[in-house]
Design a protein around this ligand. Structure first.
Ligand code: 5GP
Ligand code: ZN
Length: 113
């Protein structure tokens, strides 16, 4: 997907503060952080959203979640953290390359807005 912002970040065509990467996933600091820690974890494979994922992506989705947990541990988010997939415009999704938000370093309310 040559016109996708997050594909370009993964390919280093657009700069971002990348905090983790391997052959399948990459993670970077959100440009407009909503918490002291706000990281986006993405698959290198272009999937527009969770809805486009299928059974063949199960391991990839698991790796994204485990990467988020590892980053939370590294950043000592011992009071708790939140992992969020915004799925679709009505849920606040604005970039249509699958990404998992990792938010931490402050208190969170429930239900979310
Ligand atoms: P969504 O609203 O789709 O769930 O999340 C998209 C996120 O991407 C937002 O939190 C937004 O701040 C972040 N974002 C949008 N453009 C850029 C960018 O160019 N660089 C970085 N690092 N984050 C971005
Ligand atoms: Zn993409």
């Amino acid at each position: 997907m040559s016109e996708c912002l997050f594909c370009k970040i993964g390919g280093k065509e657009v700069p971002a503060k990348i905090v983790y990467e391997d052959g399948d996933i990459f993670a970077f600091e959100d440009i407009h952080p909503q918490a002291p820690t706000h990281i986006l974890v993405c698959p290198r494979k272009h999937l527009a959203s969770l809805t486009e994922a299928s059974a063949e992506d199960a391991a990839l989705l698991g790796r994204m979640l485990l990467a988020a947990a590892r980053l939370a541990t590294e950043r000592k988010l011992t009071d708790g953290y939140r992992t969020v997939f915004n799925n679709g415009r009505g849920a606040g999704q604005s970039v249509f390359h699958l990404h998992l938000h990792l938010l931490g370093g402050r208190a969170f309310r429930w239900p979310p807005g």
